[in-house]
Design a protein around this ligand. Structure first.
Ligand SMILES: [Zn+2]
Length: 87
C-alpha cells in the first residue's frame, strides 16, 4: 500500500503521527473510523493494512467535513447491499 492513499470517498490518508495524547471521541459504523481529538486538533483515524492512518487533521470544521464524507460513503456502501456488517 502506498504511504499516501486516496480512498473511494476521495479522502487522502497518511501514516498516523501522534503529536500528543489522543482521545477517541466517536467511533463510526462498523468501527471503521475513529474521530479523535489530539491536543486541540481533530483528525480521523482508521486502521489500514499499513497500520494506523490519519486524515483531515486540523481545525474542527475541516476535520469534521472529512469525517462526515467518510461516514456517508460508508453508509452508501451498506446500501449497495454487497457490503455486509463485518468491518
Ligand atoms: Zn458499517
Amino acid at each position: 500500500m502506498d504511504e499516501h492513499t486516496r480512498d473511494a470517498a476521495g479522502v487522502e490518508w497518511q501514516p498516523y503521527v501522534p503529536y500528543g495524547p489522543a482521545r477517541i471521541m466517536e467511533t463510526s459504523c462498523c468501527g471503521v473510523y475513529e474521530w479523535v481529538c489530539e491536543g486541540g486538533q481533530f483528525l480521523v483515524l482508521r486502521k489500514g493494512a499499513a497500520g494506523l492512518q490519519e486524515s483531515g487533521r486540523g481545525r474542527y470544521a475541516v476535520a469534521r467535513k472529512v469525517w462526515t464524507d467518510l461516514v456517508l460513503a460508508h453508509r452508501a456502501r451498506h446500501r449497495a447491499d454487497n457490503f455486509g456488517g463485518a468491518a
